[in-house]
Design a protein around this ligand. Structure first.
Ligand code: NDP
Length: 331
C-alpha cells in the first residue's frame, strides 16, 4: 500500500525533497471501520499552509506522516451496516492508495451519475466555498459588476457562473489566452482579462466602466492592488484566498486600507466551514445547476499516485486548468 509523507517542510515552492514515498500494510477493518480504495485525490492550495509549522485554522502536517486531503474512493470492505462494497464515498483522508478508517470519516456521494471528480470541485469543497462566499458575503445584485481572480480555477469558475445566474456582469482574471478565452467562450463570463499581459491595468479599467461591486479575492498581491482601485461605494470583498503569497514568507497582500475607506467597502475573510449549516441546500442547488448545464467546469487529471507532488505544484505555476485532481485507481 503506497503512501506519501511530508519528508521536510518546504521553503518556497515544494520540491521533490518535500515528499517521500513509502510502502505500508493494508489494515483489515475492525468493527465500524471501512477499507477504502482512493480513486481521485484532490490537491488544494490550502495544503501549502499546512506544510508550514505555523498556527492556523487547520493544524500543520506532521513530518514523516502522510499528507492528507479530499479523496473520492470506493469501499473495498465494510464493517459497518451503512456501507457496502462498491459504495462511492468522499472525505478527508491520508495520501494513501488504501485507507482503513472509522465509517464516520466518510460520506456516500449523493449520486454516481456525474463524473466522480466533481465531488472534489463544483460539488465538493471548492463549490461550497464559491457558493457561500459569493452569496453570503458578496451578495451580488442583478446588474452589478462582479470581478473574480483565479477565475478559471475550481473556486473562481463557480463564483463567476453563480454571479451570472444572479444577473451580474462578470469579469474574470486569469493567466494566459487559453484560460481567458475559456471564461468568455465556455463559461459565459462577460469579460476575461489576462493578468500576465502588460496591458492588464488598462484592460481591467475598460472592463469595469461602472466600477466593481463585488471582488471575490483569490490571489492577493499586485493583481488585487489594481482591482481595489475600482471598488464602488459599499462594495463587498469576500476574501477567499491569497495564493500569490502562499510560497513566500512575506504576506503579499494588497495594500487596501485607504482604498477601503474611500469606497466604504466591506472586506471579510471567510472559511468554507462557516457555511456548514447551509451545506445541504448548497449541495442540492449546485447539483441542480450542474445537471441543467448552468455550471460547467474544467478538470486537469494527472494519472498515477506518484503524480501527486507535481499536481500539487501545478496549483502555484498555473499549469492546472480548472480543478486539479490525481487519478490513482481505475476502479
Ligand atoms: P485553482 O483551481 O484556482 O488553482 C490555483 C490557480 O491560482 C492557478 O491555476 C493559477 O491560475 C492561480 N495562481 C497561482 N499562483 C498565482 C499568482 N502568484 N498570482 C495569481 N494567480 C495565481 O485553486 P482553487 O480554486 O482550489 O483555490 C483558489 C483560491 O481559493 C486559493 O487562494 C485557495 O486558497 C482559496 N480557497 C479558500 C477556501 C476558504 O475556505 N477560504 C477554500 C478553498 C479554496 P492562473 O493560471 O490563472 O494564474
Amino acid at each position: 500500500n503506497e503512501q506519501i509523507v511530508l519528508a521536510q517542510r518546504p521553503e518556497g515552492l515544494p520540491g521533490d525533497e518535500t515528499f517521500r514515498y513509502e510502502d505500508t500494510e493494508i489494515k483489515k477493518p475492525d468493527n465500524d471501520e471501512v477499507l477504502i480504495e482512493s480513486v481521485y485525490i484532490s490537491v488544494d492550495p490550502y495544503m501549502r499552509g499546512r506544510m508550514n509549522d505555523t498556527k492556523s485554522y487547520s493544524k500543520p502536517f506532521e513530518i514523516d506522516e502522510p499528507l492528507n486531503g479530499h479523496v473520492v474512493g470506493k469501499i473495498v470492505e465494510s464493517n459497518h451496516e451503512n456501507f457496502s462494497e462498491g459504495d462511492v464515498v468522499t472525505g478527508g483522508l491520508p495520501w494513501k492508495k488504501f485507507n482503513t478508517v472509522s465509517s464516520d470519516a466518510v460520506n456516500k456521494v449523493p449520486s454516481t451519475e456525474v463524473p466522480l471528480h466533481l465531488y472534489l470541485s463544483t460539488l465538493g469543497m471548492p463549490g461550497h466555498t464559491a457558493y457561500g462566499g459569493l452569496l453570503e458575503i458578496g451578495k451580488p445584485e442583478e446588474g452589478e459588476t462582479v470581478v473574480v481572480s483565479a477565475a478559471s480555477g475550481a473556486v473562481g469558475s463557480v463564483v463567476g457562473q453563480i454571479a451570472k445566474i444572479k444577473g451580474a456582469k462578470v469579469v474574470g482574471i486569469a493567466g494566459g489566452d487559453e484560460k481567458v478565452n475559456y471564461l468568455t467562450e465556455t463559461l459565459g463570463f462577460d469579460e476575461g482579462i489576462d493578468y500576465k499581459k502588460d496591458n492588464f491595468s488598462e484592460k481591467l479599467a475598460e472592463a469595469v466602466p461602472d466600477g466593481i461591486d463585488v471582488y471575490f479575492e483569490n490571489v492577493g498581491g499586485p493583481i488585487s492592488d489594481e482591482v481595489f482601485n475600482h471598488l464602488n461605494t459599499f462594495a463587498r470583498v469576500p476574501v477567499c484566498g491569497a495564493i500569490s503569497s502562499y510560497n513566500s514568507k512575506e504576506d503579499n497582500g494588497p495594500r487596501v486600507q485607504q482604498k477601503l475607506i474611500k469606497s466604504q467597502a466591506l472586506m471579510q475573510g471567510f472559511l468554507v466551514a462557516q457555511f456548514q449549516d447551509n451545506a445541504k441546500n448548497a449541495s442540492e442547488q449546485l447539483a441542480k445547476w450542474v445537471q441543467e448545464g448552468k455550471i460547467k467546469s474544467e478538470v486537469t487529471i494527472a494519472e498515477g499516485f506518484d503524480q501527486l507532488p507535481e499536481a500539487f505544484r501545478n496549483l502555484f505555476t498555473g499549469d492546472n486548468f480548472g480543478k486539479q485532481v490525481v487519478k490513482v485507481s481505475n476502479s
